[in-house]
Design a protein. Structure first.
Length: 289
């Protein structure tokens, strides 16, 4: 389908998409276009991409102060207003009350090109944008525009990890692999990744995991739990990070957590209903984010 290239608002840009990866959220949007929020159709999906600037209007620098010009490669974020209570008082721009999202704007409505699965993409005036160094490949930059950025934001909420801590990561997709890298560089005493397939777990070990548990080879959650207990001297993990998106992960993760530990939920984006015992959080004095 041919779409018009939009005129630019002040502060906006138009980019030629060089590389766009398929995020799990893209798949969910394709499979369930009405959950958790209805999508105005038709829309362009795709939000994990890198592009080269073709047009700029009243833009001279990226979000960290580096000069921008046509032809520069850039990754970018959604458009946060920077003026509502969530942006200015709470410092939670992802909860922005006036956010302009990619994948939610119908292609019949200006500025039309607001998804990564297209030849060009519109960058909102208030969107964060970062110039990509020449040493970074398009594929790596594209992954950094969503998965890596998500994990960085999650670790900011998680707080410090040091060489006393054992970290269990539930999931070995892009989020899990980036979480593995950050946890191993923190530096955690031990990083254990639960996931699959083995090819991804091999990458997890290359990126810093000391131990991996293949859910195909060890399908029984009780057996995986015992392996975590054995690895932690029966105490449980100091930090558990859920990046799998599996509905069953929450209860399993809580069981693996030691008393006073921290449980970070990043991968659960679908509106699945999961039964759990709230006293599991209370009795462990668990800190959840």
């Amino acid at each position: 389908m041919e779409l018009a290239r939009p005129s630019l608002e002040a502060g906006a840009a138009l980019l030629h998409v060089l590389f766009s990866e398929v995020c799990g959220t893209d798949v969910h949007r394709w499979e369930r276009p009405v959950a958790p929020e209805p999508l105005p159709a038709p829309v362009l999906i795709g939000h994990e991409m890198v592009g080269a600037i073709t047009r700029l209007r009243d833009v001279t620098h990226d979000s960290v102060g580096r000069k921008l010009a046509e032809g520069d490669r850039v990754i970018w974020a959604h458009g946060f207003c920077g003026q509502c209570v969530r942006c200015t008082v709470d410092h939670e721009p992802t909860l922005c009350e006036n956010i302009r999202l990619y994948m939610f704007n119908p292609i019949t409505k200006y500025p039309y090109l607001t998804g990564g699965f297209s030849e060009f993409c519109y960058v909102y005036p208030t969107a964060g944008r970062v110039k990509v160094p020449d040493s970074i490949s398009d594929a790596a930059a594209s992954a950094a525009s969503c998965a890596f950025r998500t994990v960085i934001a999650a670790f900011d909420k998680l707080g410090r990890i040091d060489d006393r801590h054992t970290v269990v990561i539930q999931g070995s997709g892009p989020l899990g692999l980036f979480a593995t890298t950050l946890a191993s560089r923190s530096p955690a005493a031990n990083v254990i990744v639960i996931g699959g397939p083995e090819e991804r777990l091999a990458v997890a070990r290359q990126w810093g995991a000391q131990q991996t548990i293949d859910i195909t080879a060890v399908p029984d959650p009780a057996e995986r739990h015992e392996q975590i207990m054995d690895a932690t001297g029966g105490r449980g993990a100091d930090v558990v990070i859920e990046v799998s998106g599996a509905p069953s992960a929450f209860n399993q993760g809580m069981d693996m957590l030691r008393g006073g530990g921290r449980y970070l939920i990043v991968g659960t984006t679908q509106p699945n209903v999961v039964e759990f015992k709230p006293n599991a959080i209370m009795m462990k004095s668990a800190k959840t984010r």
